[in-house]
Write a protein of this length. Structure first.
Length: 116
């Protein structure tokens, strides 16, 4: 991913509107590109500070860098969870297709044996 693309995704990351494949690519890029990480950090800090000013919550977090790290870890866990679920969905689908194919073949041979 190019930096320009990653920088264009920063607001969508902060607003949690990236598609799964975009999120994974974005995280990979930001973790390896200090310039884009700094860009994300700046926008994230501004976004969180504004949210805390708008909030009536009396407990405010001042360590925005730690908050960003937590958010990135949470996003990475989300990607892993979704990919794991997708993998098992594919396995179950393949098993179901195999079972259906087996039943069709078995039915074909039973019909053939009844005809003969």
């Amino acid at each position: 991913m190019k930096c320009r693309v990653a920088e264009g995704m920063v607001n969508r990351y902060i607003n949690h509107t990236l598609a799964l494949y975009e999120l994974e690519e974005f995280l990979d890029h930001v973790e390896s590109c200090s310039s884009c990480y700094d860009e994300l950090e700046t926008y994230f800090i501004v976004h969180e500070a504004m949210n805390q000013l708008d909030s009536s919550d009396t407990e405010s977090v001042l360590d925005f860098k730690d908050l960003l790290e937590q958010d990135l870890k949470k996003a990475r866990r989300y990607v892993r969870k979704k990919k794991t679920i997708r993998f098992f969905e594919i396995v179950v689908l393949c098993l179901a297709a195999g079972a259906l194919l087996s039943l069709l073949i078995l039915g074909f041979f039973q019909i053939r044996d009844m005809i003969m």
